[in-house]
Design a protein around this ligand. Structure first.
Ligand SMILES: NC(=O)c1ccc[n+]([C@@H]2O[C@H](COP(=O)([O-])OP(=O)(O)OC[C@H]3O[C@@H](n4cnc5c(N)ncnc54)[C@H](O)[C@@H]3O)[C@@H](O)[C@H]2O)c1
Length: 249
């Protein structure tokens, strides 16, 4: 029987690349995204690979919509084996005191509350069925401090704390929870962020020992490894995938 994965933010970037990579491992995919266009595109891509896939539209910052994507997954596929808790938005790129409190609410609502709600409802289903594997998307901004990303960094450090503490509570019940901390990776989100802040792109590439950004496919490979049985004894880790970036800070 095929494994079933929920991927949030699967309509683009890291989520979409991971949907494709997991489909190549014969995993059925639940594509969750606020964007219908991106979500439907991903469903088409993974169905071509030969697995079953559904799109569930949800804004992850709304808890009832999170509960709905979990309920609909169980109704359709009967279980959840893997969860890539990934939907997120970038920070505004402004210094903190130039950020409005509405911007803070929006970033925290999607990046942190959305991830916590997803964890809450998905883990409940997994634990009823004897366990499962979860990967949360943190960031370099979740492991080091940088300027212009104070709120974003707060959400991504929060993701790291959530990951480690879930393991302390539920590893004994069969749950594996890890986080990834990608450096700048060439996805649509990063492209638009750097188009608005070109000096930051130059700065970022200069600061990466490998002198290039990462690719969504490289991240998808890591997430697939962490979710599948190949990583059975890896739990509570925060894996950096950043060309050496944060290790040289
Ligand atoms: N790309 C990078 O350089 C990088 C680096 C570190 C961490 N990240 C993190 O990776 C994750 C994915 O980002 P990406 O680079 O693939 O970006 P992306 O913009 O390409 O994809 C993000 C997807 O999330 C969806 N989304 C946004 N808000 C949502 C919401 N409220 N509810 C549901 N879906 C929503 C978007 O529609 C989009 O399809 C984010 O959590 C981001 O913070 C990205």
């Amino acid at each position: 029987m095929r494994k079933v994965a929920i991927i949030t933010g699967a309509g683009s970037g890291l989520g979409q690349a991971t949907a494709v990579r997991l489909a190549q491992e014969d995993v059925n995919i639940v594509v969750v995204d606020v964007s219908e266009k991106g979500g439907n595109e991903t469903v088409e891509m993974v169905k071509k690979i030969g697995v079953d896939a559904i799109f569930i539209k949800a804004d992850v910052s709304k808890k009832e919509e999170v509960k709905n994507y979990v309920d609909q997954t169980v109704e359709h596929f009967g279980k959840i084996d893997y969860f890539f808790n990934n939907a997120g938005i970038s920070g505004s790129g402004k210094f903190f005191l130039e950020t409005t409190t509405d911007e803070i609410d929006q970033i925290v609502g999607i990046n942190l509350m959305g991830a916590l709600y997803g964890m809450r409802y998905v883990a409940e289903v997994m634990l009823k069925n004897g366990g499962g594997a979860i990967v949360n998307t943190a960031s370099s901004a979740g492991v080091i401090g940088q300027d212009s990303v104070v709120t974003y960094a707060a959400t991504k450090h929060g993701i790291v704390g959530m990951t480690k503490s879930m393991v302390a509570e539920y590893a004994k019940n069969g749950l594996r929870v890890n986080a990834i901390a990608p450096g700048p990776t060439e996805t649509p989100m990063v492209k638009s962020f750097y188009e608005a802040n070109p000096a930051m792109k130059e700065n970022a590439t200069r600061g990466i020992p490998q002198k290039r950004l990462g690719t969504p496919e490289e991240v998808a490979e890591l997430v697939t490894f962490l979710l599948t049985s190949k990583a059975e004894y890896i739990n509570g880790e925060v894996i950096r995938i950043d060309g050496g970036f944060t290790n040289t800070k």
